[in-house]
Design a protein around this ligand. Structure first.
Ligand code: GTP
Length: 551
């Protein structure tokens, strides 16, 4: 397949708008998987993905499709199509941008009844900024409340997409699906790249397989990659021999070669995924090449301590975390010790859902029992001597300062919220209670409003989404992007049991909220701590000042 007959595309959508179902249908339509193969959503492979109905890790599949146009007969040319699945949730936008780097186009799937939602907007801009050709797909047109014309208006108003470009489909009944792959071939450009240059490819993903070793997913940008070739990593300088190379069809299928523009897998005797850095350039050995632009590195925005539920299980937890991070390089891990919980790890995540998913995978895939501490964000503190530190663990912030804190900053986000207009009042109240500042308030159609707020990240990582869903009867959708650090009046709050601070329970709070947060925490603890024959005092304190107390 020369590049002219290759197309690399992604499907992007708000959660639940039908991306995985559409992907399944396309795989069936091309005979890549059997119809009714018993397991819906082929590309959602992790147990946590099936349970939560969300896509966490992007997967790729290659399909072959004969493109018959009016002027051609049955020997119409066959095309090689690489479908790169992407996660829909905001926490995984790191995975999304990674997948988009290997694509020239994207199907933007929008639910015909729900219309454009917060993550539709975020994903559209990720694709737009990567210069992809975007094909709008209005899905679920079989639903009684479907209103495709309204969705077309929204697409026009928000993204300046011509209504005539939209495809109308139902991934459930199959209606309209026959237009999708012809549109992919006609509207998405073939991959650029020089066929006769030495091989150069982008490392998209890697994982460890017990039998085969490290398997790398790559997009070949220039040249061709053959079994037996010697390749080198631009990041580490190490070289390897290509032991096996092929496509995901949808399982690993050896082909012996990958040509310019193709996406596939390579096995090259790497011993650990640490050698396979995502975003690295792999190239023909013994020559120097210009490295490809890598990916935006993962930014860790939520931190939490993870401890074994039974202190003696530290080794088991350590082993489980090591294995899991082999497949999720976006988690940062450092060892830490707590007086209360013993030895454990401080882990950094992309967001709250990412943290939950990691936690759940530890328990499900590795049988680890885990205690996690209150999530926190990376604060910056400045001391009297002018030095600045980033604080990822509140307990590490000395409460008895030989060093006086002179200023502190906290990370903020720009949040996009889409809601039916009758909920605007309560949502504005929620955002201002969470110290938000309104940036925008517009209507995307007659019934729906779009609000933009700058909010401290800390205020949205605990409970914000649940509360937002609660006050809007589940209708609100929400997405956020990182914004700047803002100066803030922050204090460290300790929890004391019988006068002794419990390091694992220390948190950093906004000064004005300290009293309320402290009161809530000690009341909650009173309920959780079993009754004893003697008195136990439970206190919340800032420095030496007690701000709440229960007995
Ligand atoms: P994430 O992977 O979490 O981002 O979700 P997704 O966008 O992949 O959505 P998914 O394919 O899992 O579909 C969500 C739900 O919508 C499922 O219950 C599907 O069965 C249903 N669904 C998908 N397409 C259609 C459709 O065309 N019509 C109807 N009525 N339901 C659909």
């Amino acid at each position: 397949y020369p590049p002219e007959r290759v197309r690399n595309f992604s499907i992007i959508a708000h959660v639940d708008h039908g991306k995985s179902t559409l992907a399944d249908r396309l795989l069936e339509l091309t005979g890549t998987i059997q119809k009714g193969h018993g397991q819906p959503q082929y590309l959602d492979k992790l147990q946590v993905e099936r349970e939560r109905g969300i896509t966490v890790k992007a997967q790729t599949a290659t399909m072959f499709y004969r493109h018959i146009t009016a002027s051609q007969d049955s020997d119409a040319p066959k095309y090689l199509l690489n479908l790169i699945d992407t996660p829909g949730h905001v926490d995984f936008s790191y995975e999304v941008s990674r997948s988009l780097a290997a694509c020239q186009g994207a199907l933007l799937v929008v639910d015909a009844a729900q219309g454009v939602q917060a993550q539709t907007i975020a994903n559209f801009y990720l694709a737009f900024e990567s210069n992809l050709s975007i094909i709008p797909v209005i899905n679920k047109i079989d639903q009684p409340t479907a209103d495709p014309d309204n969705v077309k208006d929204q697409l026009k108003r928000l993204f300046d997409i011509d209504p005539s470009e939209a495809l109308l489909t139902s991934a459930k009944t199959g209606k309209g699906l026959e237009q999708v792959l012809p549109a992919v071939i006609e509207r998405i450009p073939s991959p650029p790249g020089k066929c006769d240059s030495p091989v150069r490819m982008l490392l998209l993903d890697s994982y460890y397989d017990e039998y085969k070793g490290v398997i790398c997913h790559v997009a070949v940008v220039d040249g061709a990659l053959r079994k037996g070739d010697k390749i080198a990593s631009a990041a580490t300088g190490r070289s390897y021999e290509v032991l096996d190379v092929g496509i995901m069809h949808p399982e690993l299928t050896p082909t012996g070669v990958l040509y310019t523009g193709q996406v596939g897998y390579v096995i090259s005797g790497m011993r650990s995924t640490k050698e396979a850095r995502i975003g690295d350039t792999l190239h023909q050995a013994k020559i120097t090449v210009e490295p490809l632009p890598g990916f935006k590195p993962a930014k860790h925005m939520v931190f939490s301590g993870l401890y074994p539920a039974d202190g003696s299980d530290f080794e088991a937890l350590s082993h489980a975390i090591e294995k899991l991070t082999c497949n999720d390089a976006s988690v940062s891990v450092t060892k830490e010790t707590s007086n209360a919980l013993g030895m454990g790890f401080r882990c950094g995540f992309l967001g709250l859902l990412h943290m939950d998913v990691f936690h759940q995978r530890l328990e499900q895939e590795y049988g680890a029992q885990v205690i996690s501490t209150i999530p926190t964000v990376p604060y910056i503190f400045e001391y009297g001597d002018g030095s600045k530190v980033q604080v990822e663990n509140p307990a590490a912030l000395a409460s008895n300062p030989g060093k006086r804190v002179t200023a502190c900053w906290e990370p903020t986000v720009i949040a996009t919220i889409i809601i039916p207009s009758e909920y605007v009042g309560p949502v504005i109240m929620l955002c201002s209670e969470r110290r938000g500042e309104q940036l925008e308030y517009t209507f995307i159609d007659a019934q729906r409003a779009l609000l933009k707020y700058q909010l401290p990240l800390k205020e949205i990582i605990v409970d914000f989404y649940n509360e937002l869903k609660g006050i809007t009867s589940g209708y609100a959708t929400f997405d956020y992007e990182d914004s700047e650090y803002q100066q803030s009046d922050l204090v460290k709050m300790d929890i004391l049991l019988n006068g002794q601070p419990v390091d694992a329970m220390s948190t950093i709070v906004h000064n004005q909220k300290a009293q309320r947060v402290g009161k809530e925490l000690v009341e909650k603890l009173k309920k959780f701590i079993e009754r004893q024959m003697f008195e136990i005092t439970i206190q919340a304190a800032i420095g030496s000042k007690v701000i709440a107390r229960e007995t």
